[in-house]
Design a protein around this ligand. Structure first.
Ligand SMILES: NC(=O)c1ccc[n+]([C@@H]2O[C@H](COP(=O)([O-])OP(=O)(O)OC[C@H]3O[C@@H](n4cnc5c(N)ncnc54)[C@H](O)[C@@H]3O)[C@@H](O)[C@H]2O)c1
Ligand SMILES: CC(C)CCC[C@@H](C)[C@H]1CC[C@H]2[C@@H]3[C@H](O)C=C4C[C@@H](O)CC[C@]4(C)[C@H]3CC[C@]12C
Length: 437
């Protein structure tokens, strides 16, 4: 069923956060690492001093305190830059870094649109620097990168609905990535993590299934749509840049993460589908056979993978440099629509039909009609429904991942179980619902 798509995926954070009164819940399961570490250190110094005479104890305490200061000055030395740090994924990466990267001294957040939620981060122990900038502007990127140890490049134009021109998509995704690479080389930044996409592999335009494949599974990657083409080209540039000498003579170390369809708190398309369902009286109509598997991964786990890969890239450059990793977790293999129902169901929506209500040829016709309408109306208005020939092919082609490469190379385990990911997403949707009423 064609459903109207009201906003782009993610979008300016100002709008997103303000609109819903939504905040990410930032207690990561079993991992209040910084706090635990600090507490542990305190216990250690107290226990050590208890048995000594008073003067020795205070000198000892002073010594330990000075040692602590020196250690933490040494430990908190890294500067990270997250491009696109106010996007759907970017915000999660930013918050995850603040929680899980104890060596962080400064976190730079570079985005076209900065969100008001950044203010709340500025009171913490890490210096948070918000930089409003455009990745297509080489000088802005270079200024932001200068002095950073690690760049996590998530900024991108995610558009499969025909909202932006192919030229703009290329400019942001390809030229923007070139600018990031050149900035690293010129300013001497050694580590670059790129957020790629499963779409650099597929589904391809021939509709070949990719059934629980891994990074080495042969697949005919053929792209025509501007978004996957631009992501594929950008990924290639990032991987080719691995080993280039950066300013100062050290080699650039790069790698790319390929998320499948990300879901979780802040997911714009999920929200659009939810509101569409409400408008249809709490019903959605099945369009895709339940047997077509579509890979999904929880945003918190994708963010965690970014943090971990950025950390371990510095420890194992020879193994990880120039590598690609699919992002995966324990989310179940389901069709796009059945997976969405895991969250939409508890919010009161119902998926009607065990089989698609319309035959596939009719859906294709509707998708083609939407594309034609988009083209005809372009001089007057932007018509960008969810259903078009490309999104239909995406949803209707099996593409799922089964791999443990990230675990083997850098010890990745999902931080959030499927139950936790599901609960968090449902909670977010319910909060969104109550704030809309
Ligand atoms: N959402 C998914 O399912 C998914 C899946 C695989 C890969 N990805 C990739 O993950 C990354 C983040 O995607 P997202 O879903 O969070 O999208 P998003 O639109 O929410 O975030 C992208 C961010 O980039 C910023 N940005 C766009 N153009 C920019 C420019 N010219 N200069 C500076 N910043 C700019 C946007 O303002 C936004 O904050 C993208 O690179 C995307 O290709 C997303
Ligand atoms: C045919 C309709 C009934 C349903 C339309 C759903 C469609 C909008 C969905 C289906 C698959 C989705 C894409 C998929 O999850 C993976 C990605 C990769 C990522 O890099 C960007 C987002 C994207 C393209 C999803 C967009 C929305 C899609 C096409």
């Amino acid at each position: 069923m064609p459903v109207e798509h009201s906003g782009h995926q993610g979008g300016p954070c100002g709008k997103r956060v303000g609109e819903e009164g939504w905040r990410l819940g930032w207690s990561v399961p079993g991992m209040a690492r910084r706090e635990e570490q600090a507490e542990g250190d305190n216990h250690l110094s107290l226990a050590g001093n208890e048995r000594r005479p008073a003067l020795v104890a205070s000198l000892g305490t002073l010594g330990l305190w000075l040692q602590d200061m020196a250690d933490s000055a040494q430990a908190q030395k890294l500067v990270y830059l997250v491009t696109g740090g106010c996007g759907f994924l970017g915000e999660h990466v930013v918050r995850m870094l603040l929680q899980q990267e104890p060596r962080l001294r400064e976190l730079r957040i570079f985005d076209l649109h900065l969100g008001p939620w950044l203010e709340e981060l500025k009171t913490g122990p890490v210096q948070v620097t918000a930089i409003q900038g455009d990745v297509t502007q080489a000088h802005e990127v270079a200024a932001a990168v200068a002095g950073a140890h690690v760049v996590i490049h998530t900024a991108g134009l995610v558009d499969v609905f025909g909202k932006a021109s192919p030229e703009t998509i290329h400019e942001v995704n390809v030229q923007g990535t070139k600018n990031v690479i050149e900035a690293c080389v010129q300013t001497g930044t050694q580590f670059l993590v790129y957020t790629s996409s499963m779409e650099v592999v597929g589904p391809n335009i021939k509709g070949h299934p990719f059934y629980r494949g891994n990074e080495d599974t042969p697949y005919e990657a053929v792209h025509r749509h501007p978004y996957p083409s631009s992501k594929a080209r950008a990924e290639q540039l990032v991987l080719e840049a691995n080993g280039r000498k950066v300013r100062g003579g050290l080699p650039l170390v790069t790698c790319a993460l390929r998320p499948t369809g990300i879901y979780g708190e802040g997911h714009q398309i999920m929200r659009d589908i939810y509101y569409q369902g409400l408008r249809l009286g709490g019903r959605l109509f099945r369009a895709i056979p339940a047997s077509v598997e579509h890979g999904r991964v929880y945003v918190g786990n994708v963010a965690w993978m970014h943090v971990l890969v950025a950390r371990e890239l510095q420890q194992r450059p020879a193994l990880m440099g120039g590598q690609v990793y699919f992002c995966y977790d324990k989310s179940p293999y389901k069709s796009y629509e059945d997976f969405n129902m895991e969250f939409l169901g508890p919010c009161g929506l119902r998926l009607v039909g065990t089989r698609p209500l319309l035959p596939y040829w009719l859906l294709m016709l509707l998708a083609a009609l939407n594309a034609l309408l988009q083209w005809l109306l372009r001089p007057l208005l932007l018509y960008a429904p969810l259903l078009n020939p490309y999104t239909l092919a995406m949803a209707n082609t099996t593409f799922t991942v089964s791999t443990n490469k990230a675990q083997r190379h850098f010890g990745y385990e999902p931080l959030f179980s499927w139950e936790e990911s599901r609960t968090r997403t449902i909670r977010w949707m319910q909060a969104m619902d109550s704030s809309a009423q």
